[in-house]
Design a protein around this ligand. Sequence first.
Ligand code: ADP
Ligand code: MG
Length: 460
Amino acid sequence: MTKETWGQVCNALQKTIGRNNYVTWIEPLRLNGLANGIAHFDVPTNFMRDWVSRNYGEQIRQQLIRLGADVDRVEFTVTAAQPAAVPGPEPKPVPIEKVTRSRAKSPARTEDADLPAAPLDARFTFDSFVVGKPNELAHAAARRVAEGGPVTFNPLFLYGGVGLGKTHLMHAIAHELQARQPELRVLYLSAEQFMYRFIQALRDKQIMDFKELFRSVDVLMVDDVQFIAGKDSTQEEFFHTFNALVDQNKQIIISADRAPGEIKDLEDRIKSRLQCGLVVDLHPTDYELRLGILQQKAEMYRQQYPGLTLSGGVLEFLAHRITTNVRVLEGALTRLFAFASLVGREITLDLAQDCLADILRASERKVTIEEIQRKVAEHYNIRLSDMIGPKRVRTIARPRQVAMYLSKHMTTRSLPEIGRRFGGRDHTTIMHGIRKVEELMGVDSQLREDLDLLRRLLEA
Ligand code: ADP
Ligand code: MG
């Protein structure tokens, strides 16, 4: 059985059991192969093993069979060491045939039966989007476009790392536009779906229909456009669609995981077209934003599970510890509430640590000595090469010692290993450097502040 088959099973499950359940129970599973009619999965905890096998085992088996796998049984094995809750690949968009059919059920569909739009997630609205410093520009730009006034920037290009809210904002724009101007033809789809549509049209010799369709919309949104990089004829078609719509002054909204100029294998003319409008990025979340998001979700869960109490400090703890992305943060909270309601216990720090051990472990930030050297050199405005070089003047030796100190405290490297990375110095030199910093910390408040700042920068 291939990864792809499992990917398809995941898609199907996501539709039948809902996204929350999917993220909580299915995403952490790791397929470990199929042998003698038994599909083996790794799960992070005993609790998850019992729950998943009881509630979803049969569904998983049925789906696998449906896709042609020969499965009599599914087995789940607890493997504590795996980084289970690291987000898997983005959930694959549903194939387009399904999309078109399921549109009938989608609450936020456009009225045109022929638009190949992907369904919108009803929960991804502006109301449910928590605004903080890292995303305030992107949010403001999205709001502006959602007002549906005259087109002022075209395209709106949103970019940022995985799970930072790009798709959420795009759906929010679509919801808002449809509420304000129901007659607008708003087309939202992923770049992958665009490609799929395009290939289908080529195959069925309906390329004229394809072109006409895409040129007839009022607002085009293409999510994860980095996907078409390197796919030449799709790029070409995208370029023409894009230009045709811009010429008609229709709004285009694009998202990607990086800035236009940084998308490899994307034609230069497309890059420069994408840069023509407004390019805004979603920065990695900060502590306040994460806490805000957790508070909002916790409020929702409190209504869903009225019997549960949430101890003080739990959300703060999670906001502090889970810094990877919002999807993981949400998944953690979902699991926590599900677990607490199941066992009928109050949600305390202890419970959170138990129930989320795998997620917490996976989100431990691993800082490297190289990163430390780079940040410290930047901070003190010295050359990176001087960090490891032989110079002994104070202005260079002190930052070097600071970097040694941080390397000792923020990584698991031994003194000899640290020595090697500081230009092959002896471990006693490293020890001396660390002691020096510890000594100075007691008397030098500026140094304490520097260390504090550097630590935070490195942990962010
Ligand atoms: P991306 O498309 O950038 O990978 P998503 O838009 O899919 O990320 O967001 C991942 C999850 O995190 C979604 O469930 C989304 O609702 C949630 N999320 C991200 N940012 C925010 C935010 N600022 N406020 C509320 N929820 C958010
Ligand atoms: Mg997305």
